[in-house]
Each structure stands twice: as structure tokens, then as C-alpha cells.
Design a protein around this ligand. Structure first.
Ligand code: PLP
Length: 390
């Protein structure tokens, strides 16, 4: 005897997974023994800094940390977040009411629509964009209205094209700067416009700042919460993943408007039991500790970026030098689609790049490369592309 398994409507309604083809080609090439240079995945290749690992080690031996953590975060971690915010952005936060600890920021981003959206409501999300904005809204029964990120507007959403009827039904807006996948950065003027728009239409802004510390050439990305009025209309998501090479540790946080933080915490209290306390102690060591480790990483990314961007330009591709994030957003040469260009790079040069349309329709015409291999491998990647040609 067996039973039939039918997936839920919410799973059936998910958009098609557009990286299937490239995943298949990647594993095919691996099987054939091709020496692949993988610039596809946004996962740092460098190790977590030593002082953070040591803090985990110490905390892991304390039996007090073996018990259920609080779903909303340890007081000591939330206080470290508030200290870091004050120092980094000159924004004051109450650790008790304006900070919630997350099991990676993806967890909070996926869960926040459950706290704010009713079936039929609209969520606004940037496109191309991090796929979790859309799936989070859909899982909550909402509809996503995509705000296109176009080169002609520096990859910032044009708020003036959002119809009033859409704005009226919108409960929240996801934005993300420095941006994945376009590597665009926000101006303070843009953040001001977002605050005004949110006030006018009563929309909660959810700013994903996962890349706030990954920036180059002296550029320091601002927090959305630095903008006048921002804390009254929104929250900001941060992650230790990219900043401290901690993607596997699962630690992030959301800060901002207290009622929103409280509502997200209420969802979490029904779904999870918080981040492992030893990991939170490691997070305190990261946030309170010497930030030289971050500067060193950014110096390394700068070298890699220069090799890749200079190389691509020599080949004749049109590409901006990103001021932040470890992504390079590349306009593909004439005669290709995003998918066919990514296939060409993989089969002819053994290089994995991510087709831009996988992040949303306006990403067609681009591929994304991540700066996740060392300088020698990056030089090799450029050499291979030069000899392959397009
Ligand atoms: C990597 C990433 C995150 C999620 O990071 P976590 O590991 O879940 O903290 C969130 N947003 C964007 C845009 C990312 O690229």
C-alpha cells in the first residue's frame, strides 16, 4: 500500500527554478573532470576570523549555552548589536524593543511577511532580487508587485511608476542596498524618497543590508535607519554571514520600528527557538571586536574585483566597477541571452556565472559573477575568457 503525495498549492505556485539548466551543466562538467572556476554562488571562500572561532569554542563548553535559547536573542547579543549600530551608523537602538536576533537574515526575511501580510495584500520587492522576498510574500498568501531595477535608473526602483492602486494594497516593501545581484548602492536621497513614499501609503519598509560592510575604495554604505523618519516606517536586516565569513553559522538580526520587531518575534516564537547561544557569543566577539578582519577581506575583494573588471573590459564587455558587494553585474555581449551566455562560459571556459534572469525578468541581458576565488584563480578565469572569446 502506498499513498499519493500532493504538494501544497503554495509550493506548486512557486516560480520555476531557473538555475536548473546551469546546475545540470555544472555537475556534468564536474563528472567529466573539467577544472571549474565557480563564480556562481554568493558564499565567501575565506575562513571565519580566528577570534570569532575562539569565542564559539569557549562558549560551546558552557552547559548554560546548551539549553533552549530565547527566540528573540540573548540580551547580551542584542546589546552588542545596539553598540555596533551606534558606533557604525550613529543610530541609537533599544536592545530590548528594537532588536531581534535571527537564525541568519534569510530566516527573518522569509518570516516577516507572515507577521504583516494577509491573503490578497501586496508586497513590493525589487527585481532582479534575492528570491526570498518574493517567496516570503507568496508563502504568506500575498502577491508580489515587482519594482524593476534598471540601468537607466542606477538600479534603484522608480517609486513614481508604482500605481496608486498597488500602493494602496501594499503592506511592505523589500529593498536591498548595497544590492544583490546588481551591486548598486543607494543614495541618501533615495532613502529619503522611500521614507516619504512609505509615510504617504502606510507601507512598512524592510531594508536588507546584508552587504553594508562589504565595500571598497573608502565607500561606507549608509544604514536606511540613518534617514530622518526611517525608524518610524521600517526595519533593517543585517547578517554576520558576508561580513565575517559566517554563512554556515546562521546568525543575523533585524532592527527598527518596535511593533514590527515585536511582530516578527511573535512569528519566530511559534516557529523556532532562537540561534545557538554559543554562536551568539561568537557574534558578540565579531561585532565588538577589532574590525581589521573586515578591512582585510575588503582589501582582498578589491584585488579580485580589479582583476575581473579590468579583464572583462579588455575583452570588450561593458561592466561597472562595483563600490560594494562581492558581485560583478555584467552586460552580456550581443547575440546571447543570459542563459546561453552562462552556458557558453561553462562549456567553453569552465567558468560558472549566474544568469541574471534567474533573479527576475529585468535581469535578462546580464550575468552575475561573484568574487569568491583568489587572485590567481581570478587571473586564470580572465585568461580563459580571453582565449575563448565570445
Ligand atoms: C546572503 C544574503 C542574505 C542572507 O544571508 P544569511 O546568511 O541568511 O544571513 C540576505 N540577503 C541578501 C541579499 C543576500 O545576498
Amino acid at each position: 500500500m502506498t499513498i499519493t503525495i500532493e504538494k501544497s498549492d503554495r509550493l506548486k505556485a512557486l516560480p520555476p527554478y531557473l538555475f536548473k539548466e546551469i546546475d545540470r551543466k555544472k555537475s556534468e562538467a564536474r563528472k567529466k573532470g573539467v577544472d571549474i572556476i565557480d563564480l556562481g554562488v554568493g558564499d565567501p571562500d575565506m575562513p571565519t576570523p580566528t577570534h570569532i572561532i575562539e569565542a564559539l569554542n569557549k562558549a560551546a563548553w558552557d552547559p548554560a549555552n546548551h539549553r533552549y535559547p530565547s527566540y528573540s536573542g540573548m540580551g547580551a547579543f542584542n546589546e552588542a548589536v545596539a553598540r555596533w549600530y551606534q558606533k557604525r551608523f550613529q543610530v541609537a537602538l533599544s536592545p530590548e524593543t528594537e532588536v531581534v536576533t535571527l537564525i541568519g537574515s534569510k530566516e527573518g526575511i522569509a518570516n516577516i511577511p507572515l507577521a504583516l501580510i494577509n491573503p490578497g495584500d501586496i508586497g513590493l520587492a525589487t527585481s532582479p532580487g534575492y528570491p526570498v522576498y518574493n517567496t516570503g510574500i507568496q508563502f504568506a498568501g500575498g502577491q508580489t508587485w515587482f519594482m524593476d531595477l534598471l540601468k537607466s535608473n542606477q538600479f534603484l526602483p522608480d517609486l513614481s511608476v508604482i500605481p496608486d492602486s498597488v500602493a494602496a494594497k501594499a503592506k511592505l516593501m523589500f529593498i536591498n542596498y548595497p544590492n544583490n545581484p546588481t551591486s548598486a548602492v543607494a543614495t541618501l536621497e533615495f532613502f529619503k524618497d522611500v521614507v516619504r513614499f512609505a509615510e504617504k501609503h502606510n507601507i512598512i519598509v524592510c531594508h536588507d543590508a546584508a552587504y553594508s560592510e562589504m565595500a571598497f575604495d573608502g565607500y561606507r554604505p549608509p544604514s536606511f535607519l540613518e534617514t530622518d523618519g526611517a525608524k518610524a516606517v521600517g526595519v533593517e536586516f543585517h547578517s554576520l554571514s558576508k561580513t565575517y565569513n559566517m554563512t554556515g553559522w546562521r546568525l543575523g538580526f533585524a532592527v527598527g520600528r518596535a511593533e514590527v520587531i515585536q511582530a516578527l518575534g511573535q512569528i519566530k516564537s511559534n516557529i523556532d527557538s532562537g540561534a545557538f547561544q554559543a554562536v551568539q557569543f561568537a557574534g558578540i566577539a565579531a561585532l565588538d571586536g577589532d574590525q581589521a578582519c573586515v578591512e582585510n577581506m575588503n582589501r582582498e575583494y578589491t584585488l579580485r574585483r580589479n582583476i575581473l573588471v579590468d579583464g572583462l573590459r579588455e575583452i570588450g564587455l561593458s561592466v561597472e566597477k562595483p563600490r560594494a558587494t562581492f558581485y560583478v553585474w555584467i552586460e552580456i555581449p550581443k547575440g546571447y541571452s543570459s542563459t546561453s551566455f552562462a552556458s557558453h562560459l561553462l562549456t567553453r571556459a569552465g567558468i560558472v556565472a549566474t544568469p541574471g534572469n534567474g533573479f527576475g525578468a529585468p535581469g535578462e541581458g546580464y550575468v552575475r559573477m561573484a568574487l569568491t576565488v583568489g587572485t590567481e584563480r581570478m587571473k586564470e578565469a580572465v585568461a580563459r575568457m580571453k582565449s575563448t572569446g565570445f
